[in-house]
Design a protein around this ligand. Structure first.
Ligand code: CMX
Length: 431
């Protein structure tokens, strides 16, 4: 059972953390310059992460496994080539690669817990259909707070050493429901509320594709890859950090994830995936369709920069190379849609943008991030409503940030409260 395995891992990690604190409490790990204080804390090492690490040159590793290794090693759907997202959840929780049985157990567990209560669908139905899907998604998650096991057990008087247990239950309930909430939002906003129930024979990602109404085996595979790729990116990014900070006040998983999703909805973070497609569609519209020439694309790119806007999908706060999550999606496109028009534009951008950003001279990382590629794959399979794309990101990101929440409660991490510096005191300090 995953929960029993998690308990063993938590117990041994508690020993590791206690030893580290006992023996190295005063070790200096990072200092903070004024530039960092005013610059979004870039590079300040001040957060533990129990699941993953982003290296500027190598990209993300999950418990030290990189993306190509996991695409190869994680269990697949029958006849499939892409990793099942249930497998990365198992890895993040336990630090070990799952067997096919481990993954099947999670699939079954999430099926059992996946039903949406009426009060949730009624709440969603009360929102305007053209409310941004991310607002609907965050509202849906927050609404489910009604059923938080953690909050109930806290009221009953639980020991702090057991916090992780009801948190685990909330996380399992939430993850089980997220694809259904997301598909519900997609169908109500774009498909006349013509909802599709889950298929009991499908896995978590395959079922999400099915409930969205895209009946295509290749799209199911894409969904599995997508939900695997976007799940976790250590603790410092906005969605993970927000979830962590809110959770540190012992707000439950629903409050915490809803807040993290609100952060993901920003155009400098997850919403960049919708912005990439919106940018490409804008170019196509101005040119009256077709694939633009390199010269035309160059002109549009400079025009965007000269207007003081960012080129969405490029740059990163930590990475200094092409995001391996971009490369994984590019490999999928090269195999399945090499002649697609939007993919050709995305590829042309890959050739042009880095040099333009270097010439522009501001971005520290001129290379594409995860969001530069995802939209064109969705369009190819008929999911053209780009306002919805960040919800897909959110369903996946929940795997990582919610796992981190379990770890935070299990390790007894305290309420987060860094010290700020009043601006006039700073001024006086250097007067
Ligand atoms: N286009 C134009 N300018 C860019 C840029 C881009 N893609 N990326 C960075 N810059 C600019 C910054 O706006 C900043 O300008 P100012 O000095 O005028 O403020 C300067 O370059 C330095 O920024 P940086 O240190 O390289 O980047 P940050 O760590 O501050 O920000 C990020 C990182 C991702 C927010 C930024 O690269 C960006 O805005 N990219 C476009 C949006 C995007 O794709 N976001 C998704 C990131 C992945 C994710 O979270 O999903």
């Amino acid at each position: 059972m995953l929960k029993e395995k998690a308990k063993q891992k938590i117990d041994s990690m508690r020993d590791v953390v206690v030893k580290l604190i006992k023996e190295h409490s005063d070790a200096e790990l990072s200092s903070v310059s004024l530039k960092q204080l005013m610059g979004g804390m870039r590079g300040v090492k001040c957060l533990p992460c129990f699941t993953s690490n982003v290296d500027p040159q190598q990209g993300i590793t999950f418990h030290r496994y990189n993306i190509p290794q996991l695409i190869e090693k994680l269990p697949k759907a029958p006849g499939g080539e892409q990793p099942l997202p249930e497998g990365i959840f198992y890895l993040l929780i336990t630090g070990e690669l799952p067997t096919e049985e481990d993954v099947a157990e999670i699939t079954e567990e999430w099926k059992k817990r996946g039903e949406l209560p009426d009060y949730l669908t009624q709440t969603l139905d009360a929102l305007p259909k053209d409310q941004h899907p991310m607002t609907q998604f965050s509202t849906g998650i927050l609404t489910l707070q009604h059923d938080s096991v953690f909050t109930k057990r806290y009221r009953e008087g639980i020991s702090k050493y057991d916090y992780w247990d009801p948190m685990y239950e909330d996380v399992m309930n939430l993850l089980a429901k997220l694809p259904r909430i997301a598909a519900y939002i997609y169908r109500r906003s774009y498909k006349d509320g013509n909802h599709i129930g889950p298929d009991p024979d499908l896995d978590w990602g395959g079922n999400f594709a099915h409930m969205m109404g895209v009946e295509n085996e290749e799209y199911k595979e894409l969904m599995r890859l997508y939900l695997f790729l976007h799940c976790d990116h250590e603790t410092g990014n906005v969605s993970a950090h927000t979830t962590h900070v809110v959770g540190s006040a012992l707000s439950d998983a629903y409050y915490s994830l809803s807040a993290g999703i609100n952060g993901l909805a920003g155009p400098l973070h997850g919403l960049a995936n919708q912005e990439v497609l919106r940018w490409i569609m804008g170019v196509k519209e101005k040119l009256g369709g077709g694939v633009p020439t390199r010269e035309q694309l160059t002109e549009f790119l400079w025009d965007t920069l000269n207007k003081g806007q960012v080129i969405p999908g490029y740059g990163h706060a930590v990475l200094r190379v092409t995001d391996p999550r971009y490369t994984a999606q590019r490999n999928f496109a090269l195999k399945n849609l090499p002649e697609d028009e939007t993919f050709k534009i995305v590829s042309m951008l890959f050739e042009l943008v880095p040099d333009i950003l270097k010439e522009h001279g501001k971005a520290k990382n001129p290379w594409p991030n995860v969001d530069a590629h995802s939209g064109c794959l969705q369009v190819y399979y008929g999911v053209v409503e780009y306002d919805f794309y960040t919800v897909l990101f959110g369903v996946s990101r929940a795997i990582g940030v919610l796992t981190q929440l379990i770890w935070s409660r299990a390790m007894g991490l305290p309420i987060e409260r860094p010290k700020s510096l009043y601006i006039k005191d700073l001024e006086d300090m250097f007067a």
